[in-house]
Design a protein around this ligand. Structure first.
Ligand code: AMP
Ligand code: MG
Length: 492
């Protein structure tokens, strides 16, 4: 494997090193994006530009607009689409791949830059290689919202739009999201090389991932020093930690296919995702998911199922099934431990105590029973910890007697530690603002009229979701009745 010598930075301030591209043609196809007519800006993230070392002057330029729509090459980049496979809705789907994503390259800071919706690729199958404005705004806002919540995720630098018509259930318009992550490698990349019997490439990919992102796997004493088993364990642990955060914040991914699972444990491929409104553990956010395979309460088991697929794909490298199974075991301890830690933080419990589990289960049962708004409950409970006023919390419940009994226990528990510290922790753990479906929908409707102020103002709230943002109470309030009629499907 050869890595090109670093080139001097381009006018945009980027230097490239393109390590994934260097893996060779078995892993991808090089091709240029397909231009879109008359692009315009929809949204940009100054924070992501900063992480890339992209000059903000340049990001405001027409050259940037053209480059991030795919209308003009980005100096120094080598665009490519990668090949992967995967299990979709529990069934082996065979070869998939970047059907509408193009990797522009990797900066010398170790961040890959990818265009989503920039045209057809050899992996597009029946698709048009495009993404619509609606789903692109959702992905842009969700990526930045999750990051601000402290949840591992791919990031989004910007969205550009074009009036080019795109056919979905109705005719919509095109958009391109520029995504950023250390790597976009998915479980499905490994499945691809395992299922097609390309075991040398499988090893090359695993070695690349270990050397780039999990170097400790080379030095582990566990699993008889087997680095591939160590990789499976490390990925299991990261995935467990990520899903625990999803559950704690009330995030439903919606399409947890193995091709939508990041090898780095990042939330990836925002499609029909949803932040819960009312707490319904069996909530299904994806209108196409008729069986509820990806319901909120099934996410932890599905993540394990997906890791099992990854384990099977790595088996030719790991060698012994026993080692693969042992590596997967970590999920079963890390997930519950991470979830309990997250829930304890939501309750402001500073030190673990034996009764914590019962306290957590107790409130989740009451929230589900009365279908209480999940985000509002936790925020109000945080204020209760700060000021002792129980009324705003009580107002959310029908079964007040049961709630009072729980609050009594909870207050006793809180009183055992520094209450001010607990309240501080809760206000930094329980967001005031999440990307509810209806908030995204309102910003999208406005954007369709070429008014992007709604996207920008929602972005500002979601970038600092724990701040109070006076004047934006409506965005922190209950969803309107029409919110429950929004149907978000796989169509994007
Ligand atoms: P998803 O479940 O949306 O992440 O996509 C599953 C597979 O379908 C991936 O290989 C995507 O690249 C591909 N895909 C989805 N939408 C399109 C599209 N409009 N054009 C081409 N490929 C697509
Ligand atoms: Mg996908």
């Amino acid at each position: 494997m050869t890595v090109d010598a670093p080139a001097p930075p381009a006018a945009n301030g980027l230097r490239w090193r393109n390590r994934f591209a260097a893996l060779g043609p078995d892993f991808h196809t090089r091709l240029m994006p397909t231009p879109l007519p008359a692009p315009y800006w929809v949204g940009r993230s100054a924070a992501v530009a900063g992480e890339l070392g992209l000059s903000s002057d340049w990001l405001a330029s027409d050259a940037a607009l053209a480059a991030f729509t795919g209308n003009q090459g980005l100096e120094g980049s080598t665009p490519l689409a990668s090949v992967y496979s995967g299990h979709q809705f529990g069934v082996w789907a065979g070869q998939l791949g970047d059907g509408r994503a193009l990797l522009l390259g990797e900066t010398d800071g170790g961040l890959e830059v990818q265009l989503k919706g920039a045209g057809r690729t050899p992996y597009s199958r029946m698709g048009d290689g495009r993404a619509v404005l609606r789903s692109s705004i959702r992905e842009f806002l969700a990526s930045e919202a999750m990051h601000a919540l402290g949840i591992p995720t791919t990031r989004a630098l910007c969205v550009t739009g074009s009036d080019a018509p795109i056919r979905r259930e109705t005719i919509e318009t095109a958009a391109v999201v520029t995504r950023v992550a250390p790597s976009f490698i998915r479980f499905g990349h490994f499945e691809h090389f395992a299922y097609s019997g390309q075991h040398e490439q499988l090893r090359q990919l695993a070695d690349f991932v270990i050397d780039s992102f999990y170097p400790d796997c080379r030095h582990t004493a566990k699993f008889a020093g087997n680095p591939y088993a160590a990789l499976l364990e490390a990925v299991s642990e990261r995935t467990a930690a990520m899903v625990a955060q999803w559950q704690a914040v009330g995030f439903c991914h919606g399409v947890m296919n193995t091709d939508n699972m990041s090898i780095l444990g990042l939330t990836i491929d925002y499609g029909p995702f949803q932040f819960l409104d009312a707490f319904n553990t069996a909530h299904i956010c994806n209108h196409s998911d008729t069986q509820g395979r990806y319901a909120y309460n099934r996410q932890p088991n599905i993540a394990y199922w997906n890791l099992f697929c990854l384990g099977q794909a790595l088996l030719p490298l790991i060698g012994e099934q026993e080692l693969a199974l042992a590596a997967l075991e970590s999920y079963k301890t890390v997930f519950p431990a991470e979830l309990e830690a997250r829930m304890r933080a939501k309750l402001g419990l500073l030190q673990p105590q034996p009764g914590d589990r019962a306290l957590i289960d107790g409130i989740l049962k009451l929230l589900a029973q009365d279908r209480v708004d999940y985000t509002i409950f936790w925020r109000r409970l945080s204020h209760f910890a700060a000021d002792g006023n129980a009324s705003p919390v009580r107002d959310l419940f029908l079964d007040r007697a049961a709630l009072d009994a729980w609050l009594l226990q909870y207050s006793e528990r809180l009183a055992q530690s520094d209450q001010g510290q607990s309240a501080d922790l809760m206000l930094k753990t329980n967001p005031k603002f999440v990307l509810r479906n209806h908030l995204g929908e309102l910003a999208i409707r406005q954007a369709r009229e070429k008014d992007f102020a709604g996207v920008t103002s929602l972005q500002a709230l979601l970038e600092n979701p724990f701040d109070e943002h006076p004047g934006f109470e409506a965005q922190a309030s209950f969803p309107p009745d029409w919110a429950s009629t929004i149907e978000i499907s796989c169509s994007s």
